[in-house]
Write a protein that binds this ligand. Structure first.
Ligand SMILES: Cc1cc2nc3c(=O)[nH]c(=O)nc-3n(C[C@H](O)[C@H](O)[C@H](O)COP(=O)(O)OP(=O)(O)OC[C@H]3O[C@@H](n4cnc5c(N)ncnc54)[C@H](O)[C@@H]3O)c2cc1C
Length: 296
């Protein structure tokens, strides 16, 4: 198994921001993964780092990146995938099998583990809509299988967040459908992305804030006048106010922009936006800001 020390993860993150991590494990099988989780319980687990802001000062602990665990298979109308597989890859494979249900994942840059953890969703579909069960690990319970009800999914959250559960693999129930219908839905989703969201050539982490109930963060941010706000190399995207583009900025730049966005909406609407993005780092000042933002 590959283990890196003082490893700079900047280029692996979708924000293209980060620093050196003291130890990074890259397990290649679920057995190796569980072994590391048992031996190094303090290690934090990440997937493709597309929803994570890594401190430019790095992190003095250990992390596990799941991206080398990418096995998947189909059995009847079900798809089972290891946590490190990219959602887009599973979506594509389902389309080739004539199975519908994962079209929303076609443009997702994250892994199955990250997507289950946060009940990722788009275009009216989400993980909760098709997940049957997930194999998870927690130091007290060991390896357990949770069904959909036990996963306690709701908007951008699952039981994994409150109970410190690591996702090992997940099973999805799909429905047979004509390939051209599945492809058409995927094309529609990809077109929407191209026209409404920044591509990864502009380093970003997807939507910065969750939508408050019955409201749209993008609209609240737009009406709060945050477009054009910048700090160092980080700025609110000119085309949609719920995205931050990072053009060589540091984690502090990005956090400044997130705070400014949150504060502007708070002042104008008295609504507290909650970020989707997570934080990894141990710079004390940044940790304080992240506690205030509730992203650690
Ligand atoms: C261009 C772009 C578009 C995006 N579009 C969408 C979208 O439409 N909808 C949407 O919901 N999200 C979207 N995202 C956000 C992101 O892709 C998702 O949140 C995805 O689920 C994150 O997966 P990841 O593997 O990159 O997670 P990471 O960034 O690596 O981790 C994010 C969180 O998940 C946890 N985690 C990761 N793997 C595991 C695991 N195996 N077990 C337990 N916890 C784990 C980490 O601890 C961390 O807290 C987008 C991001 C980008 C950059």
């Amino acid at each position: 198994m590959l283990v890196e020390e003082n490893f700079d993860v900047t280029r692996l993150t979708s924000f293209k921001c980060g620093g050196k991590i003291k130890k990074v494990f890259f397990p290649e099988s679920l057995d190796e993964f569980v072994q590391i989780l048992k031996e190094t319980p303090e290690a934090k687990v990440f997937g493709n780092l597309t929803n994570t802001l890594v401190s430019s000062d790095g992190y003095s602990g250990a992390i596990i990146l799941t991206t080398k665990m990418t096995n998947f298979h189909f059995s009847g109308y079900r798809a089972e995938a290891e946590c490190g597989l990219k959602g887009a890859k599973l979506s594509q494979a389902a389309e080739e099998k004539g199975l519908s249900g994962l079209e929303f994942m076609i443009a997702f840059p994250g892994t199955i583990g990250g997507e289950v953890f946060m009940n990722a969703g788009a275009h009216g579909q989400n993980v909760a809509g098709c997940l049957v069960e997930a194999k998870c690990y927690n130091p007290d319970l060991g390896v357990i299988t949770l069904n959909k009800e036990e996963m306690k999914f709701s908007y951008r959250t699952s039981v994994c967040q409150s109970k410190n559960l690591i996702v090992l693999s997940a099973v999805f129930e799909l429905q047979p459908a004509p390939s051209e219908d599945i492809k058409a839905k995927m094309e529609e989703n990809l077109h929407f992305r191209k026209t409404h969201q920044p591509s990864l050539t502009l380093p970003n982490c997807g939507s910065v804030f969750r939508n408050p109930e019955g409201n749209s963060s993008g609209r609240l941010l737009e009406q709060s006048g945050v477009k054009g706000y910048a700090s160092g190399g980080a700025r609110v995207w000119e085309n949609h106010a719920n995205f931050i583009i990072n053009n060589g900025g540091t984690s502090s730049d990005i956090l400044n922009v997130i705070q400014k966005m949150r504060n502007s909406v708070r002042e104008k609407f008295n609504i507290e936006l909650k970020p989707e993005v997570r934080f990894l780092g141990d710079n004390i000042k940044e940790v304080e800001i992240c506690r205030d933002l509730k992203i650690i």
